[in-house]
Design a protein around this ligand. Structure first.
Ligand SMILES: *Cc1c(COP(=O)(O)O)cnc(C)c1O
Length: 369
């Protein structure tokens, strides 16, 4: 059921929530789901069985609260990240969405402001709204890159308490250069969070903002197991920063926020990282092939370091999206008007998407601007 403005208006909810709808892409049962940037490959039977064994073990202690600080999981995550990090420099929560909510709860709030570079992840303004944090954006360049001069000037003028930088960005796929992130971190009076949800899909050799952590004590890097790690259903996101930064997040988290099951299955997934990440190269190559194919059809494509491609510009993107759905292919309406986002999938999914879009481009519903 969808909340309606009238329904909410009849209750004494916060006025800024009246007229709002719950966030989320449509969850439709269609043959080809290329709308939420999941890794399309399920775990092997062997990993699935290991997950099941871990759940069965967790079930035997379900009368007890989980280990509140998730120390073993955070140690595993620190080891996975490398860069000399230890468990007390790593935070974990139910998806990096919850990690970022913790950041806004600890460092945002009434009278404070968060800033990002638009177009960007549409959840960011929701964390700001939910924590009574003012929200501001700095526009990206026409090619969706971040202009370091404009970023530093805006931060210097507006003095935001929290700066969110998605790299690679969603929905554009664009990476932010490490020296631009350093310039932002140097100028920001508050905390800076680099959201590396899609980092594993970046071109080989792309440096991670983890490298900048020793230099900038108010910098944090978030990652997730939802995308490259093929573990979206496990709900596990994490962050690396200074111990003091992590201690601030520990203040605002709910007690026992990570269930015994979540901690156990995430540890199994991390122990099988090689297998779960094995499809990343294939998805990267399908992404690059998809981008070339779209360009070959006369479309504009944003440079992508993620597992999706933003393409345009369509005269009526809603009509194009619906025509794809009518052919069993679900993608996402997101980004500036005229653009659509499609996730990189299996070969079979890519063939289906291309066949459907080819048909549509020859009709009024696929007219380009
Ligand atoms: C998908 C995504 C996330 C991850 O969300 P989870 O809560 O970890 O599933 C974070 N940031 C961006 C930009 C994303 O696209």
């Amino acid at each position: 059921m969808t909340a309606t403005a009238a329904g909410l208006g009849s209750l004494p909810v916060r006025p800024e929530l009246v007229g709002e709808v719950p966030y989320g892409a449509p969850q439709l049962e269609v043959p080809y789901r290329l709308n939420v940037n999941e890794n399309p490959y399920p775990p092997s039977e062997r990993v699935a069985a290991e997950v099941a064994t871990a759940v069965a073990a967790a079930a035997r202690s379900m009368n007890r609260y989980p280990e509140r600080d998730a120390i073993e999981l955070r140690s595993d995550l620190a080891r996975y990240l490398g860069h000399g990090l230890s468990a007390d420099q790593v935070w974990a929560a139910n998806g990096s969405n919850e990690v970022m909510l913790h950041v806004l709860m600890a460092f945002g709030g009434p009278g404070r402001a968060a800033c990002s570079f638009a177009p960007t992840y549409s959840m960011y303004p929701e964390y700001a709204r939910d924590t009574h944090t003012a929200w501001t954006t700095v526009p990206r360049r026409a090619d969706f890159t971040v202009d370091p001069g404009a970023a530093v000037a805006a931060i210097t003028e507006r003095q935001p308490d929290v700066v969110l930088v998605a790299s690679p960005n969603n929905p554009t796929g664009t990476s932010v250069a490490l020296d631009t992130i350093a310039a932002i971190a140097g100028a920001a009076p508050g905390v800076v969070v680099v959201d590396e949800a899609y980092y594993e899909f970046a071109r080989a050799g792309t440096p991670s903002a983890l490298e900048l952590l020793p230099e900038f004590p108010r910098l944090a890097v978030t990652r997730t197991m939802s995308k490259a790690f093929a573990f979206a259903g496990g709900r596990l996101g994490y962050l690396a920063a200074s111990t003091a930064f992590v201690d601030a997040l520990r203040i605002v988290r709910l007690p026992y926020h990570l269930s015994t099951v979540t901690q156990a299955v995430a540890r199994v997934a991390l122990a099988n990282a090689d297998e779960l990440l094995a499809a990343v190269d294939k998805l990267r190559s399908n992404r690059d092939d998809l981008a070339r194919w779209l360009i070959g059809r006369g479309l504009q494509v944003a440079d992508s370091d993620a597992n999706f491609v933003l393409f345009g510009r369509l005269a009526d993107r809603q009509a194009t999206w619906q025509a794809l759905l009518d052919r069993g292919v679900l993608i996402r309406i997101v980004g500036p008007d005229g653009w659509l986002r499609v996730s990189a999938g299996t070969d079979e999914e890519m063939v289906a998407f291309k066949a459907a879009l080819s048909e549509i481009l020859a009709t009024e519903k696929g007219r380009l601007l």
